[in-house]
Design a protein around this ligand. Structure first.
Ligand code: GLN
Length: 451
């Protein structure tokens, strides 16, 4: 643990952590040493992890990268982190993210943006690590942590994994408990691991997952041995290539990456099959109605009374207003406004209900596709990491980043990003593997064949 605690301190210029927890790390590592010496090692004994600062950690500052949670030290531990500690993992600290996980660049963090450890060839300007789990991705890519937790509502594990050249999986909705994770959009949010290899990712997922009665959407299914699944290879698997993901304006290097991925899987004995997901083109607008709608409701709890920041006022209403005005950043306010609008009387049918109907169609598209194929391969993101601060004046351009990732959340399906190659400028590019509900094993197998 000492080496990783030192690596976290040495990497401070990346701003990957909001809170470092060296004392906890050393205490947990000492316990790990004791267990190892006693021949009682647990599955993740001594493995140092970065925890996205959206997971509540008992007694340890939990900010969601928002000013409004100033000083919030939860009295409880999220189920996912509790599972990891029970398996022997060691907490290095709380990783930076976009405020309330809303963003794709880490620029919306109250604690400042994270820097991607990668640079374009011959160009030293800082790049975004992606988001929202950008601190987690940077910490793993820069070798500060062996793995990290992330959350993914519309791509927040997969896109930063792609931008930082690491692996990340968003499991099936219900695979990991959401209990104790600061809620963004409850019907889309899912926790998952990020690590350097598919194998590490599979091992971490096995310890994070599991039924939790405290989350009514957590599913009571046995947790498979994800690592063991990797040995099965991909021979005979049918891999869907969705026609609709060939989007105009996608850079040629992304198309080339995709073709390369298809070729590798073919070489490994899988069979590529062209498929259609006819409603995929509606996924982004659907997501950007449903996610803000749920967020506006979830964020109503930050009233200056129950958590964190309070800015006084003459009346109770004024106190609410002052607290929320000072506590939320611009992107969070934009989402609360959009969400409140699409849920308001008179617009509910036109926007929210319509979005829910389209969501049902997207679910159906996947159900049909997975009758023909075992997994689906797409690029993870439409580009490599972009410059830190780029696209901040254009929210729509920023939202377009999520074009390939949001469908998996709308349909609740597992999605993995695995490094697939480098861009012309020498930056990592990820390939995305999607699978059937609760079939992370196949998703991981396909990812393992690509890496
Ligand atoms: N980038 C997407 C958004 O801003 C997804 C974020 C996430 O998955 N948490 O909503």
């Amino acid at each position: 643990a000492d080496a990783h605690v030192a690596a976290v301190a040495a990497g401070r210029s990346l701003n990957a952590f909001i809170t470092e927890t060296p004392d906890q790390a050393r205490a947990m590592a000492a316990e790990s040493d004791r267990r190892i010496a006693a021949g009682e090692a647990r599955p993740l004994e001594g493995i140092p992890l970065a925890i996205k600062d959206l997971f509540c950690t008992e007694g340890v500052l939990t900010t969601a990268a928002s000013h409004i949670l100033d000083g919030f030290r939860p009295a409880y531990e999220s189920t996912v982190t509790a599972n990891l500690w029970r398996a022997g993992a060691v907490m290095l600290g709380k990783a930076n993210l976009d405020e309330f996980a809303m963003g794709s660049s880490n620029m919306t963090s109250y604690h400042g943006a994270v820097e991607n450890p990668w640079r374009r060839q011959g160009d030293n300007r800082p790049l975004t690590p992606g988001g929202s789990s950008g601190g987690s991705a940077a910490a793993v890519a820069a070798r500060m942590a062996l793995g990290a937790t992330g959350t993914d509502t519309g791509g927040s594990i997969r896109q930063p994994a792609s931008f930082c050249g690491i692996v990340g999986i968003k499991p099936t909705y219900g695979r990991c408990s959401r209990w104790g994770i600061v809620a963004f959009a409850s019907s889309l949010d899912q926790a998952g691991p990020m690590a350097r290899t598919v194998r590490d990712t599979a091992i971490l997922l096995g310890q994070m997952a599991g039924h939790d009665p405290k989350d009514s959407t957590s599913v009571d299914l046995p947790v498979p041995d994800f690592e063991k699944a990797l040995d099965q290879g991909v021979r005979g698997l049918r891999i869907g290539i969705p026609r609709e993901y060939r989007i105009e304006g996608t850079p040629p290097e992304i198309e080339a990456l995709w073709q390369q991925g298809i070729a590798w899987l073919k070489d490994a004995g899988a069979e590529p099959v062209e498929i259609s997901l006819p409603h995929a083109r509606h996924a982004l607008p659907t997501y950007y109605i449903i996610a803000p709608a749920e967020a506006s409701s979830n964020l109503a709890r930050y009233d200056g009374v129950r958590f964190g920041l309070r800015v006084p006022g003459q009346t109770l209403d004024e106190m609410y207003e002052n607290t929320r005005a000072a506590g939320f950043g611009a992107e969070v306010k934009r989402r609360v406004l959009i969400g409140t609008y699409v849920l308001s009387a008179g617009y509910y049918d036109a926007y929210y209900l319509k979005a829910q109907r389209v969501r049902a169609r997207i679910v159906e598209d996947f159900r049909n596709a997975f009758e023909k194929v075992d997994a689906i391969l797409t690029p993870t993101a439409p580009s490599a990491a972009f410059g830190l601060g780029d696209k901040m004046d254009d929210p729509i351009a920023m939202y377009l980043n999520d074009i390939f990732t949001v469908t998996a959340n709308l349909a609740g399906l597992p999605g993995l990003s695995v490094p697939g190659g480098l861009s012309a400028e020498g930056l990592p590019l990820g390939l995305q593997v999607l699978g059937r509900a609760f079939d992370e094993e196949t998703v991981l197998r396909v990812g393992h064949a690509i890496e």
